[in-house]
Design a protein around this ligand. Structure first.
Ligand code: MCA
Ligand code: AMP
Length: 505
């Protein structure tokens, strides 16, 4: 039973003829289709010599078939490793060398570049999967039998590795067990009252916790269905919301919906729950949404390393600006960042989390795991916050130098390292400043070695091939020098003030 897939089977077995996925064109994948297709893919993987514990890395455009690969990976006891399609070959090179997957799945269009990269790195197998289910993977799986005996796993064995960047140095693979994912999804099903009758509008990417585990695992655990969009598409969302009972999104989804006059209370009269997370939802958007639709968005708080930690209540006040209460079974404490001493209610400090949701550790980085997990099992989130007198958690900032743009994380250190290497650059600082659509927008402030030694346009162009587009600075300023404090440290807070209005208006 501990194999997460078997938890799903238990839930959807009575619903085999019902749709798991409905595409915008009306075509469906039923639970029976899912079970048979994942059986075929699982047989294919086993026939290729892939074993439990092996990694299957995947960088493909969003598709329902991609989810089938995730589930087949679980069935054979291998480890799912999804990667953002925006990553460049340089970024992929790192992930493939670090994770040493047994198989890399890429889109057919990228095969000419990534196939040779896999051979150079020594990845044993590369296959393709296109948006329409085309490519070599499903073609080969088609010849396989559908019946497959899902492999038994211990609950603390790995189901997935998701890479998160770090404030310094290399990206870290967060190792998530079958029980991390299963326990969290079960908790959320109960807390958010999901049933087989729910229809979830799925417009999130499927290479992150939010769209992959929170949204998809909940649906699989209830035998419900999702209307599955191949990408974020505001027109399609407005067209399809009347057929849905629930939606999950990052704050940008909600502010974009509000920008449309046709997004009204009437349009969403059959929706019972809107969930937001991955980045702070502004109290203003929360209130405007309530005024427009009568719905209080339910904001929750999570991390790649921990799945979901806290949530506003289903019944009761969903407080704008708060991420709610710790989930059942999850402990959250606020500590002094320096001394690790727990702080009193109301005091602001480091948010720490312990529970069955907390990951096993970073892939092949025991020292990083030890830095971020305390001996008593609490994980140091890097987020700063406090509890109010009613027990609601408020996140007031981040101790980690991280920018969250449209729900995607950008670690300044990674961008700064690339800019610092460029000719004519003395030094640089990458900061996040308010952005009306994305919450925070990435800005680079560069000190030139000499007047005119570097140009903003050249810097932007040079990053095109090396950095995923969402990480690239949307604005680059060249200055004579960067502000420093008495210790000689660049004052990012000062820069954030100076450039605060960069995206205004
Ligand atoms: C796209 N672009 C972005 C972003 N998205 N730039 C900065 N930040 C972004 N988030 C750039 C593209 O590179 C492109 O640039 C241009 O904007 C248009 O791209 P397009 O794909 O058309 O954008 P979009 O479809 O409008 O996407 C915006 C989006 C998307 C819908 C907000 O980024 C999105 O789906 N975000 C959700 C991410 C997510 O799922 N996060 C959960 C992480 P150019 O024109 O230069 O090429 S999980 C997590 O955080 C924890 C666990 C949690 O609590 O959930
Ligand atoms: P990731 O590394 O992509 O898992 O991002 C996790 C980070 O997103 C957390 O550490 C928080 O800083 C942030 N985050 C997630 N949900 C929320 C939320 N509801 N409000 C504020 N920040 C959030």
């Amino acid at each position: 039973m501990p194999n997460l897939y078997n938890r799903f089977v238990e839930a959807f077995a009575p619903r085999l003829g019902k749709p798991f996925i409905v595409r915008p064109d009306g075509s469906t994948i039923t639970y029976a289709d899912l079970h048979a297709a994942t059986g075929r893919i699982a047989h294919l993987f086993v026939s290729m010599g892939i074993k439990p514990g092996d990694r299957i890395a995947m960088q493909v455009d969003k598709s329902a078939e991609g989810l089938l690969v995730y589930l087949a990976t679980l069935r054979i006891g291998a480890i799912h490793l999804p990667l953002n399609p925006a990553y460049t070959a340089r970024e992929l090179d790192y992930f493939l060398r670090d994770a040493e997957p047994a198989l890399f799945v890429c889109s057919p269009a990228n095969e000419p570049v990534l196939g040779p990269l896999c051979r150079e790195i020594g990845v044993p197998h590369a296959m393709t999967l296109g948006k329409a289910g085309d490519g070599s993977l499903l073609e080969a799986a088609g010849a396989m039998p559908a019946d497959f005996a899902t492999v038994d796993m211990a609950s603390d064995e790995l189901a997935a590795i998701l890479y998160t960047s770090g404030t310094t140095g290399r990206s870290k693979g967060a190792m998530l067990t079958h029980d991390n994912l299963g326990s969290n999804a079960e908790t959320l099903v109960d807390l958010w009252r999901f049933t087989r009758d729910d229809v979830l509008l799925h417009a999130l990417p499927t290479f992150h916790t939010h769209g992959l585990f929170v949204a998809t695992n909940i649906i699989l655990l209830t035998g419900a269905r999702m209307i599955f969009l191949p990408a974020f598409d505001l027109d399609a969302m407005i067209r399809l919301l009347p057929r849905c009972t629930t939606m999950m999104g990052v704050p940008t989804f909600y502010s974009r919906l509000l920008s449309r006059p046709e997004f009204t209370q009437e349009l969403v009269k059959d929706v019972r729950l809107f969930v937001s997370g991955s980045a702070p939802l502004s109290a203003e958007v929360h209130r405007e949404f309530s005024a427009r639709t009568g719905h209080a968005i339910l904001e929750r708080y999570g991390m790649t390393e921990t799945n979901m930690n806290s949530s506003n209540p289903y019944d009761g006040d969903r407080v704008p600006g708060s991420v709610g209460f710790p989930l059942p079974g999850v402990e959250i404490r606020i500590t002094d960042a320096e001394t690790a001493t727990p702080l009193a209610q109301g005091e602001i400090g480091m948010i720490e989390v312990r529970g069955p949701n907390v990951f096993k550790g970073y892939w092949r980085m025991p020292e990083k795991t030890a830095e971020e997990k305390r001996a008593d099992g609490f994980f140091i989130t890097g987020d700063v916050g406090s509890f109010d007198e009613r027990g609601y958690l408020f996140i007031s900032g981040r101790q980690k130098d991280l920018i969250i743009s449209g729900g995607l994380n950008v670690y300044p250190a990674e961008v700064e390292a690339l800019i610092d290497e460029m000719a004519g650059v003395a030094e640089c600082a990458v900061i996040g400043v308010p952005h009306p659509d994305l919450g925070e927008g990435v800005v680079a402030v560069i000190a030139a070695r000499a007047p005119g030694s570097v140009e903003a346009q050249t810097v932007k162009a040079a990053l095109t091939d090396t950095l995923a587009s969402f990480k690239r600075p949307k604005l680059v300023y060249v200055v004579d020098e960067l502000p420093r404090n008495a210790m000689g440290k660049i004052q990012k807070a000062e820069l954030r003030k100076t450039y605060a209005d960069s995206f205004a208006g």
